[in-house]
Design a protein. Sequence first.
Length: 454
Amino acid sequence: MSRTFAGPPERLNGWKEIAAHLGKGARTVQRWEKLYGLPVHRIGREGGEIVFAFRDEIDRWTAGASRERTPGGDVAPAPNRDRRSRWPAALGLVALAAGALGFASILLRRTTPATPASRERSPRDPAGWRLENGRLAVLDDAGGPVFTHDFGFGLAESSSSTRAGPWPPPVLITDVDGDGRPEVLAIPPAATRENRRLYCFEADGRPRFVHQPKGRVRYGDREYAEPWLAHRVLVTERRGGGKSLWAVFTHNLWFPSRLQELDRRGNVKAEFWSDGFVEAVAEGVWRGRPVVLAGGVNNELKGASLAIFDRDAFGGTAPASKLDYACTSCAGGPPREFLVFPTLCIFARKGGIAGLFDAWVEGDERLMVQVTQAVESVDGVAPPGRAVVHYTLDSRLRPVHAEISAEFQTVHALLERQGLLDHHLGTRDDAAMFPVLRWDGRRFVALPRVEVAH
């Protein structure tokens, strides 16, 4: 079985992006953090720290707050007195595979770039959506109809862009082509698994493609067949411009999943097979070379996975040391690099698996990795934060920094008070941050440990 996690919020990297999101200067938002509690996160220590924020936390901080004038003359939102991060209470069972747990619904989201100057956004462009009664209704900025599409089958649930709902959201409105006109990508929650496909519509509602892969795959001596369920769709930026379109499909009941790179017409360009759900995709330049980062879950080792591909060599299959988790019918070999990060007590206490939902390149050489340790609600009350841990790896993939976040510490203390954890946060949790395992071409080897910061 596998649990459904909250998808990661969109990250704002550094003071410049945080300030741009708020429409202020960097010094102003730094002052807001100090005086008003602007929710900003840090990895590392002063002098070498990395600053970032989550868009949803920033928006919640500003939404509904009264306005007041700061000492420097800026108008800033008053602090939100209850700034606890919202944690979804719904953690559903998804798949059971040979005693190994899969991981679902963690997503890496990237900022959609501004439309080209040659075309300003039209008020009639798709901006919102609603899924109900077997129909997709796409809306403009004012909430007026742009187009509707009848799928011809029932939906398991209704949702819309205007209210909290399932994660990842089943509809993504983004510019796939880079032509300044948004497309609509939809994965309707069909009541029957066979109908869980990826749909792409033009801005005016014309269908561009419908995609659901076919075929069988063999892991060890077991064969896994259709249907392959559309799980997530992502769009990333390529170096030098252009977009990449990605889709994740999962097996009907068991752990295999496939990450496909699609062209703008929905044709498969390349494919990567994993023994756990793939949840995050990013592109960057690492050690001077364009790379693709794919994060998710590794069922064999019960941890969070990170696959690193050269951009022009994406595809293949995740490596495994046990036959049951090795794809014996997949084309291509392992990625350029493959790492597995451990699951800590907060989730391991119930046999779960952590997931990697965010990774990025810092300064061409360092890899920044954020691993989620998912937590269920306690007596129906959602934990007050994201139970995440951070790793920094150098250009040779050696850990140089590891950190347990303040949010993790808060959730740990809550579960401890509820009697669900039997120890205080400390050396036991620090030790559980390692080993980080790296595939050396033949087997998984442990990377060096470093001191864990809190």
